[in-house]
Design a protein around this ligand. Structure first.
Ligand code: GLA
Length: 656
C-alpha cells in the first residue's frame, strides 16, 4: 500500500493505491487519476465519490469528479467531449482502463481542435488553475451575451393554446386540459360539447367518455374583461391517439435514477406555477427507477420460454447478468407481490394517489418499463408479465408508457427487425386490452430503422437514436439526422429525437445548468417544432429561470409543433454551414428554419424560390412574434453561431 500525492492536475489527491501497471507522475491527467482510483479499489468496494443508488459507482465517480472540478453550477464550460468518451457504454467493451483513458483524451483533443482551441489547451487546463478560470471566462462571457429572451411578454387578452385535433378511443376516458393565457379571471365556455363529455371547472379540462367513433366538432370560448378568443376543435373518436405530438416533462434528464414521488409532484406543481400548463405541456412522465431491483434469485430469471431457451443456448443468462451488475445488494427489494403484480419502490409509496393528483390539475401521467428482465438501470422489467403490467399501469391511471428495450438484449438473439418487433408487438397487444388510452412510446434507440415499422406494432412515437445529451454535438447530430425520416411521421406516429435538454439537467439528484448555449437551445426548440417531434422537457422544473420559461412558452413556436397536419419538416437546403428546413402547415403557410451550424455568425440570403416557394410571401419572425419587412421573395438575415431564425411564410406580399 502506498500513499501518493498526485498533483498532475489542479486538484491534489491522496490515494491508497496499488500501482500495478499504472505509473503516477506529475504528468498524470485527472482521468488517469480517477482510473487509478478505480484500479486501486478492492473488488466490490465503492469509491468515495460514488453517487448513491447507481449501478456503476466507478463511472459515477469519474463523472462527479469532472463535474465538480470543471463545472461549478454557474459555469458552462463546453464539455461536448464528454460525449464521445464511451464512458456510459463502457461495460460492453470490457474493462481496459487504459483504453477508456485514451478514448477520453482523444475525444477531448478532437473537441479542442474543432473549437480552434490551441493544441496545448489540455496542459494549460490541467496544470494551471488560472488557465481554467481564463478559459471558463472566455466561454461564459461569450455565452452570457447570447441570453436574449425573444418571446414577447404574454398578452393580457385571452389566447387558447389547445391543439385543434384531439384523439381518443371509444369508451375510454377523455381528459384534455384547455390551456389558456390572458389576465385572470378568464371565463371558459364550451359550445356543442360532444355528448358524454363536459367541461370540468376544477381541472379546467374536457372530460367524459364517448362511445361512438367519429369527428365531434366543438367550440371553446375564453373571455376576460379585455377581450376574447375562440377556437373550433375536433375530438376524433377512433383507433388513433396522440394526433399531435405529445408534450410534457420527463424525469430522466434531470433526476436520472434518483427520482422520487416528490420530484414528480413538484414537476406537476411547477408546470402550473411557471404557467407552462397554459401552453399545452401536459404529460408528467416517470422514467426509469420507480420500481425495485430483482435479486439474481428472482423467479423472473427462471422463466423458461422460447426466448430464454434460445438465449441460454448461446450463453448462460445468470453469468451474463451478473457481469452487467455491480455491488448493489442493498438496493434489491421485492419486485412483485404474490400474485405477480409489479410493485413500486419506497420512493413511490402510492402510484394511484400520484396519478390522481396529476389528473386533478388537468395533467396526464406517464410511466416506464422494459420488455426485458430488467431496465437500463437494472430495475425490474415486464418480461413474462406484460399483460399484467399493462393492466396495473391502467389501474394506477397512467396515460403514457415508455417501453425501453435495454435489458431485453439478454433475450434477443440478434437485432433483426423480426426480433426487434417481437417485444413491442407483445406489449401493444396488452395495451389494447385495457380500457384506457395509453400513449405508446417505443424506445430502442432507432435500431432496425424503427421509423419504418414502429406504427405497425402500435407505437405512437419511437426514439430515432441513442440518448441525447446537452451538447451541441448531440442535439445537432440527433436533430439534423431526422432528414429523410419525414415520410414515416404523422398524426398518431411520431419520430422521437428525445428530450429537450434545456434548463437544469444532469441525470442525478443535483441537476446543473445545461451545457447548451442559449442559441443552441433556440435551435433545439425550433428544430423539434419543425420536425413535429414529441416535446418532453428534460429540465428540473423547480429551477426554471425566465430565459427557459420563455423558451418553452412561445405559443407561436408551439403551434408549429402542434399543427394538425402533423407533417415532419424536411431539409430543403444545405449550404455549409447553413441548413434550411421547411414544414407545411394546415393554414396554407409554411414554417421555415434557417439554421447556422457553424461557429461564427453568418449573413444569409434566402431566395424563397430555392426552397420551392414561388412568388411573394409575407414573413413573420416566429420567436419574436413580429412581421419582417422583405422584398417578398428574398430574406437577408444574420444568423447567430449555432443559432436559428424561425419563420412563418404566408402567401401574398405584405410589405410593412
Ligand atoms: C435508456 C433510455 C433513456 C432512459 C434510460 C433510463 O438509456 O434511452 O431515455 O430511459 O434508459 O435508464
Amino acid at each position: 500500500m502506498l500513499i501518493l500525492l498526485v498533483i498532475g492536475c489542479v486538484y491534489a489527491f491522496v490515494l491508497n493505491a496499488q500501482q500495478n501497471d499504472f505509473k503516477f507522475s506529475e504528468k498524470n491527467t485527472w482521468f488517469e487519476t480517477i482510473l487509478a482510483i478505480k484500479k486501486s479499489e478492492k473488488p466490490g468496494e465503492r469509491p468515495a465519490l460514488e453517487k448513491k443508488n447507481h449501478p456503476d459507482p466507478y463511472r459515477v465517480a469519474l463523472w462527479n469528479f469532472l463535474r465538480k472540478n470543471f463545472n461549478s453550477e454557474k459555469d458552462m464550460l463546453e464539455m461536448s467531449w464528454e460525449e464521445r468518451d464511451n464512458i456510459w457504454n463502457f461495460e460492453d467493451k470490457g474493462f481496459s482502463y487504459q483504453q477508456l483513458g485514451r478514448n477520453y483524451l482523444a475525444a477531448f483533443q478532437t473537441s479542442c481542435k474543432e473549437r480552434g482551441v490551441p493544441a496545448d489547451y489540455r496542459q494549460h487546463t490541467f496544470n494551471n488553475p488560472e488557465d481554467i478560470q481564463k478559459i471558463r471566462r472566455q466561454y461564459i462571457t461569450s455565452r452570457n451575451k447570447e441570453y436574449v429572451i425573444l418571446t414577447p411578454p404574454v398578452s393580457d387578452t385571452p389566447r387558447i393554446n389547445i391543439p385543434l385535433l384531439l384523439g381518443v378511443r371509444p369508451n375510454h376516458p377523455v381528459l384534455f386540459k384547455v390551456p389558456v393565457t390572458g389576465r385572470k379571471p378568464v371565463g371558459i365556455k364550451l359550445l356543442q360539447v360532444p355528448k358524454g363529455c363536459h367541461y370540468d371547472e376544477a381541472s379546467g379540462s374536457l372530460v367524459g367518455v364517448v362511445a361512438q367513433k367519429g369527428d365531434y366538432k366543438f367550440t371553446i370560448i375564453a373571455e376576460n374583461a379585455l377581450g376574447k378568443d375562440s377556437v373550433t376543435v375536433i375530438l376524433r373518436v377512433g383507433d388513433t391517439i396522440s394526433l399531435t405530438p405529445p408534450m410534457g416533462w420527463s424525469s430522466w434528464s434531470c433526476f436520472g435514477s434518483d427520482v422520487t414521488e416528490k420530484d414528480i409532484r413538484q414537476a406537476a406543481d411547477f408546470i402550473v406555477k411557471t404557467g407552462l400548463i397554459n401552453y399545452g405541456w401536459s404529460y408528467i412522465n416517470i422514467d426509469d427507477c420507480w420500481m425495485n431491483r430483482p435479486s439474481l434469485n428472482d423467479p423472473v430469471f427462471s422463466i423458461k420460454d422460447s426466448l430464454t431457451t434460445k438465449f441460454e443456448a448461446k450463453e448462460d443468462l445468470r453469468k451474463r447478468l451478473s457481469r452487467m451488475r455491480f455491488n448493489e445488494s442493498e438496493l434489491i427489494g421485492k419486485v412483485r407481490d404474490s400474485a405477480g403484480n409489479i410493485l413500486s419502490n419506497k420512493d413511490f409509496p402510492d402510484m394511484k394517489r400520484l396519478t390522481d393528483y396529476i389528473h386533478s390539475i388537468g395533467l396526464k401521467a406517464g410511466i416506464y418499463t422494459s420488455p426485458g428482465h430488467v431496465t437500463c438501470q437494472n430495475y425490474i422489467g415486464s418480461y413474462g408479465h406484460e399483460l399484467q403490467d399493462a393492466i396495473q399501469f391502467a389501474k394506477w391511471g397512467f396515460d403514457y408508457l415508455k417501453y425501453d428495450w435495454c435489458g431485453y438484449s439478454l433475450l434477443a438473439a440478434d437485432r433483426s427487425v423480426a426480433n426487434l418487433k417481437t417485444p413491442y408487438q407483445l406489449m401493444n397487444n396488452a395495451l389494447k386490452q385495457v380500457q384506457r388510452d395509453i400513449v405508446y412510446s417505443i424506445c430502442e434507440y432507432g435500431w432496425g430503422d424503427v421509423w419504418k415499422w414502429g406504427a405497425q406494432v402500435g407505437g405512437n412515437l419511437w426514439r430515432t437514436t441513442s440518448d441525447i445529451r446537452d451538447t451541441w454535438a448531440s442535439i445537432s447530430e440527433i436533430g439534423f439526422s431526422m432528414h429523410g425520416k419525414e415520410a414515416y411521421a404523422g398524426p398518431g406516429r411520431w419520430n422521437d429525437p428525445d428530450q429537450l435538454v434545456v434548463g437544469y439537467v444532469g441525470w442525478s439528484k443535483s441537476p446543473r445548468p445545461t451545457y447548451l448555449s442559449p442559441n443552441e437551445q433556440y435551435t433545439q426548440m425550433s428544430l423539434w417544432a419543425l420536425l413535429s417531434a414529441p416535446l418532453f422537457i428534460g429540465a428540473d422544473l423547480t429551477r426554471l429561470d425566465s430565459f427557459t420559461v420563455k423558451l418553452l412558452s412561445n405559443a407561436e413556436v408551439i403551434a408549429i409543433n402542434q399543427d394538425t397536419l402533423g407533417y415532419q419538416g424536411s431539409r430543403m437546403l444545405a449550404k455549409e454551414p447553413v441548413q434550411v428546413w421547411k414544414k407545411k402547415l394546415s393554414d396554407g403557410s409554411f414554417a421555415i428554419g434557417i439554421f447556422n451550424t457553424g461557429d461564427d455568425p453568418v449573413l444569409y440570403d434566402l431566395y424563397f424560390k430555392e426552397i420551392g416557394l414561388q412568388g411573394n410571401w409575407s414573413v413573420r419572425d416566429v420567436w419574436r412574434q413580429k412581421d419582417i419587412k422583405t422584398s417578398g421573395s428574398l430574406l437577408k438575415q444574420r444568423i447567430n453561431r449555432h443559432g436559428v431564425l424561425l419563420l412563418k411564410l404566408t402567401p401574398g406580399q405584405k410589405i410593412i
